[in-house]
Design a protein around this ligand. Sequence first.
Ligand code: FES
Length: 148
Amino acid sequence: MSDMRDLYQELIIDHGRNPRNFGDIPTANRCNEGFNPLCGDKIKIYILEKDNKIEDIKFKGEGCAISVASASLMTQALKGKSIKEAENLFHDFHEVVTGKATGEENLGKLSALSGVAEYPVRVKCATLCWHTLLAALHNKHEIVSTEE
Ligand code: FES
């Protein structure tokens, strides 16, 4: 178990320092911004959606290592997925990071964030990008806040 934790820790540090899919997509047809008022961290998600599929996804923003790592891992996990698959994955991810479920088998590398369940204040760091993603997919245009 501690080997697993070390591996998860390494993944978070790696993605926090060298985020994948960082940047914007000039041709994005869905995008939204999320904000955590508790710390001031912000994230913007860009999606190129075609035929209900996430063809491309990128993000930009400034945040703590966990929020950046979570967004990086999320973009990797969602490229090529359908919108329904993305929603299902968020549901499973949310259950695990909030400690409601332990089943990490469907999460792949996203499991690296399962440890935040022990630190409730960090759950918002891990889910900020996902709430922003859902708003973007549902074409909501207001800024998403973790405090609503
Ligand atoms: Fe701001 Fe983590 S401390 S999102």
